[in-house]
Design a protein around this ligand. Structure first.
Ligand code: ATP
Length: 219
């Protein structure tokens, strides 16, 4: 892989990964023209209660989802690192592996961005990477406020091409194909015994079925 064109990282719980994640990752990849876009599953997300699936199961589903993709990869460093997953640590460690002036971008949904001020060392993230904020169906009213809004202001650019001109430090909002799919919706459907076909890759659906994931009510 030639990392000089840059890398994009897409963090999440991916419990399970679905077409909302995959389509937006692919579109960002194409818009930025990076060498590689990596889905980075969190180990124990600091903002989520305990999950019904293991990190290994979420990881296995991600590998199945990108198996045939030329552009999308999986980066399992947060799971290997164990403990809580802090994005800033991930950005720092990927940055250390890259050519110094190559762009690194971190993709985040608008819903997650509203809670950015709760993330560990959130203001340092742009020392290592750009931030790409994705609009998400149903979350249009979710605008960052207070400290996050002020912090974003000086970094916002309209043209995504600006992100290829420097290694880090900018923020760009993107409106992509809107797929109103969420992992919560998928878990609820499975629990009710309804089909989740066409919301996520077929092999991921089969994995969920085979391992009987999401069937029990979470406490
Ligand atoms: P859950 O419903 O369990 O909260 P999720 O579907 O939001 O899960 P996550 O793994 O929590 O998935 O999300 C990872 C990232 O992907 C977040 O930044 C989130 O905003 C974004 N994201 C999830 N679904 C979509 C979608 N349909 N379109 C665009 N972005 C999405």
């Amino acid at each position: 892989m030639d990392s000089r064109k840059g890398i994009a990282l897409y963090g999440g719980t991916f419990d399970p990964v679905h077409f909302g994640h995959l389509r937006s990752a692919l579109e960002v990849h194409q818009i930025l023209g990076v060498s590689e876009t990596r889905l980075v599953p969190a180990n124990i997300p600091p903002h989520r209660d305990s999950l019904s699936t293991t990190a290994e199961q979420r990881l296995a589903m991600l590998y199945l989802a990108v198996e045939d993709s030329e552009f999308l990869k999986v980066d399992d460093r947060e799971i290997r690192r164990q403990g809580k997953s802090f994005t800033v640590d991930t950005l720092k460690s990927v940055r250390q592996e890259m050519t110094q002036d190559a762009p690194l971008s971190f993709i985040i949904g608008a819903d997650a961005c509203v809670l950015l001020h709760e993330w560990h060392a959130w203001e340092s993230m742009t020392e290592y990477a750009h931030l790409v904020i994705l609009e998400r169906p149903g979350y249009l009213a979710h605008e960052p406020a207070g400290d996050v809004a002020d912090w974003l202001k000086g970094k916002l650019v309209d043209d995504p091409q600006c992100l290829s001109q420097q290694s880090a430090g900018l923020v760009c909002r993107m409106r992509l194909t809107q797929l109103d799919v969420s992992a919560t919706k998928i878990r609820d459907l499975v629990q009710r015994g309804d089909s989740i076909e066409y919301l996520l890759p077929r092999d991921v659906n089969r994995y969920i079925d085979k391992h009987q994931l999401y069937r029990k009510v979470q406490t």
